[in-house]
Design a protein around this ligand. Structure first.
Ligand SMILES: NC(=O)c1ccc[n+]([C@@H]2O[C@H](COP(=O)([O-])OP(=O)(O)OC[C@H]3O[C@@H](n4cnc5c(N)ncnc54)[C@H](OP(=O)(O)O)[C@@H]3O)[C@@H](O)[C@H]2O)c1
Length: 377
């Protein structure tokens, strides 16, 4: 189904009089690499309308269109006219996306959630908080039940849901498809794009024709976040999945798209065709609900031995599919394959939109309303 065919708001959404109106959304960190992807993806979104932008004091008070725009797609005129505000909890709509730098995201996102906002965050700060869902809508939508505990135990009027680290999203989606075969151990070596470091990112003399074999904190995120995402929600919170993951991460001179070389040991014997079918048939709640940002197939399986490649494949399916190819036997762990995903779309802004669509479709945004929280009491 095309996005244009899905113009109606999801059932369960409470919106102001004139139910045809889209849900107003805000954006914290609107000026950064991920923030600009949010702006681009929200342009013409069938359910959401971006009406409020915030960033640092450096940008506050300035017209968004007067700040540097670094995407090839044109900046929508209505957004260019908006004035960027400072980070003030209680200002802006109920639903806000956060693309804030981690140096400021921690406290700020808590304050927004406490003030009644539903925050969907890209930052790393709260991902491993036992009361905060670390969500991939196709993989662990049931973890949204943590929101009730957040409200009870943290006293927040709103909510906070986090988007996993970009490399983690691609590994976790591939391993999720293999859950019927009980993944036990996995190794992953990443080749990560420059846009993953934000703007201005890696110095040109380090990045050009080079491989940098260190990304601070990235390996630990892959190893621990994946276990939380694949984990089981019980009375005591999320029990991490027992799969042991060993990660090595590198930065390479690619603009967009993180490639991952993955080996995996399965607890249940599977044939080549069975593993391929598991990738091809993998689906989740976003596909069942036909959410606007959901790709028809979360995993795009490639048959050609020289695919997937970032330059050729990463923009396909709106950047929302994870590409998988080169499935073959691994003498060490059993199976190995290549995965590729768009780091600022499926690994960041697109993932955030899909989470927000799921929140809306499930009625978690029961108080969704236009205008600022302050203006609506
Ligand atoms: N790039 C990726 O592929 C990717 C993928 C997944 C997750 N992430 C995460 O997403 C977040 C944003 O990443 P990015 O690559 O977009 O970074 P970025 O380009 O450096 O942008 C950072 C944003 O945070 C704002 N900011 C910085 N310091 C601030 C402060 N003291 N007070 C208020 N706002 C402040 C900036 O506003 P000003 O412009 O006004 O300074 C800007 O809007 C990070 O937490 C990152 O780890 C990034």
């Amino acid at each position: 189904m095309q996005a244009s065919e899905r113009q109606t708001l999801p059932a369960g959404c409470v919106v102001p009089a004139g139910a045809e109106r889209r849900i107003e959304v805000g954006l914290l960190g609107a000026t950064g690499a991920v923030g600009q992807q949010f702006v681009r993806l929200l342009a013409g979104h069938p359910w959401f309308q971006l009406t409020w932008l915030a960033a640092s004091e450096r940008s506050a008070g300035r017209r968004y269109g007067d700040l540097p725009w670094r995407l090839a797609a044109p900046l929508p005129g209505a957004i260019a006219a908006l004035e960027v505000e400072a980070l003030r909890p209680g200002r802006g709509p109920e639903l806000v996306f956060s693309a804030l730098d981690s140096s400021v995201a921690g406290e700020c996102e808590e304050q927004f959630a406490a003030a009644g906002h539903a925050v969907v965050s890209n930052a790393r700060n709260h991902r491993m908080d036992p009361l905060v869902p670390l969500l991939i809508p196709e993989v662990n939508p049931g973890h949204l039940a943590l929101i009730e505990r957040q409200r009870a135990e943290k006293g927040w009027r709103g909510a906070l849901v986090t988007i996993p680290n970009c490399s983690t999203v691609f590994l976790a989606m591939a391993l999720a498809a293999l859950r019927p075969f009980e993944p036990r151990r996995a190794t992953v070596t990443t080749l990560q794009a420059l846009s993953g470091a934000g703007y201005p990112g890696v110095a040109s003399l380090d990045a050009t024709a080079n491989v940098v074999p260190f990304i601070d904190g990235e390996e630990q995120k892959l190893e621990t976040e994946t276990q939380k995402i694949l984990g089981t929600l019980g009375a005591g919170g999320v029990s991490p999945h027992p799969v042991a993951i060993s990660a090595q991460t590198t930065r390479v001179p690619v603009v967009d798209g993180h490639t991952e070389a993955i080996s995996v040991e399965l607890g249940v014997e599977a044939s080549h065709e069975e593993v391929l079918s598991a990738f091809r048939e993998f689906r989740g709640e976003p596909q069942e609900l036909s959410l606007p940002s959901a790709p028809e197939r979360p995993l795009a399986v490639h048959d050609s031995p020289d695919r997937p490649q970032p330059r050729l494949d990463v923009e396909a399916f709106g950047g929302m599919a994870v590409h998988v190819g080169r499935l073959r036997r691994c003498p060490a762990l059993g199976w190995k394959f290549i995965a590729l995903g768009h780091n600022t779309i499926r690994g960041a802004a697109g993932a955030g939109l899909l989470i927000a669509e799921l929140l809306a479709a499930r009625g978690v945004l029961a108080h969704a309303r236009a205008g600022s929280l302050a203006a609506h009491g």
